[in-house]
Design a protein around this ligand. Structure first.
Ligand code: ATP
Length: 258
């Protein structure tokens, strides 16, 4: 098989860097700041993002994927300017959203995966041949245990099946950064473990995993704790998750003492 342009050969070093990032949104009472002064340099292959509800984790993920209003600062994803180079970013980043129902574009499962595979190019810019597209789609469907429901309408999928399809379509594009926002939240026990193992075992992309599953987060190499729109801690996953758990224990204890 020929080398695909989106695989890592000749790709820049996998560094995810944010420098002084402020993200904003238009609220009912004017502009609100969702992230403030976020500066991070992440080189680890698997990075977890943790923090309480509303702390800014999804906003951080969206800022890296070019989907948030970055009002100040720089975001660089594997050498691509994520604020200005939308086309380059599309080739580099794959994002699995927290709400997978919003992610499927095409009528059926197979067509949705096929849409992604058809967008791939060989190093020389050539499109994939029909047989190659079919082979890749079949392989992706089998890998994500979707082959049996390949011809089912996307709108008829259960939440967990939709989440697996979202993951399959994203992975089929061979992005060098996969951002997964709560990718296992809707899955049953078996598929939660399968998807988690696959994400953690992967070596052909950098993973940014937004999760409330602290056991999963602990298994990443590095972690970022977001608190109130700012980076509270960043470092080895065990250390950061330990500090976050201690914070949660204290918060819960205070709640019951009051
Ligand atoms: N468009 C918007 N307008 C106003 N506020 C917003 C907007 N988008 C997000 N927010 C607010 O920004 C904060 C951060 O949201 P975000 O979705 O990033 O949190 P999160 O850490 O991912 O939370 P969760 O764990 O609940 O998914 C929240 O208080 C949210 O209500």
């Amino acid at each position: 098989m020929r080398q695909m342009t989106r695989h890592s050969a000749g790709a820049p070093e996998r560094v995810l860097a944010l420098d002084g990032v402020r993200a904003e949104a238009d609220g009912p009472d004017g502009v609100v700041t969702l992230l403030e002064d976020v500066t991070l340099t992440l080189r680890a292959p698997r990075v977890a993002v943790v923090g309480e509800n509303g702390s800014g984790k999804s906003t951080l993920a969206r800022a890296i994927a070019g989907l948030a209003d970055v009002a100040a600062g720089e975001v660089t994803v594997h050498g691509v300017d994520a604020v200005r180079d939308v086309k380059g970013l599309r080739r580099t980043v794959g994002m699995v959203f927290a709400n997978p129902a919003a992610q499927a574009i095409m009528p059926t499962v197979r067509e949705d995966v096929e849409l992604t595979v058809k967008s791939l190019r060989h190093n020389d810019g050539a499109r994939l041949g029909r047989a190659e597209v079919t082979a890749r789609v079949d392989a992706a469907l089998a890998e994500h245990r979707l082959a049996e429901i390949a011809d089912r309408p996307c709108l008829a999928l259960s939440s967990g099946q939709a989440q697996r399809l979202a993951m399959c379509s994203v992975m089929a594009a061979s992005p060098s950064l996969v951002i997964a926002d709560e990718p296992t939240s809707l899955l049953d026990g078996r598929h939660r473990r399968i998807i988690a193992e696959r994400l953690l075992a992967a070596r052909d992309f950098q993973l940014l995993l937004v999760t409330h599953d602290l056991e999963l987060a602990r298994r990443c190499d590095e972690a970022v704790w977001i608190h109130d729109g700012r980076v509270r801690e960043v470092g080895p996953a065990g250390d950061v998750i330990g500090a976050y758990e201690a914070f949660l224990d204290e918060a819960v204890a205070t709640e019951f003492d009051a």
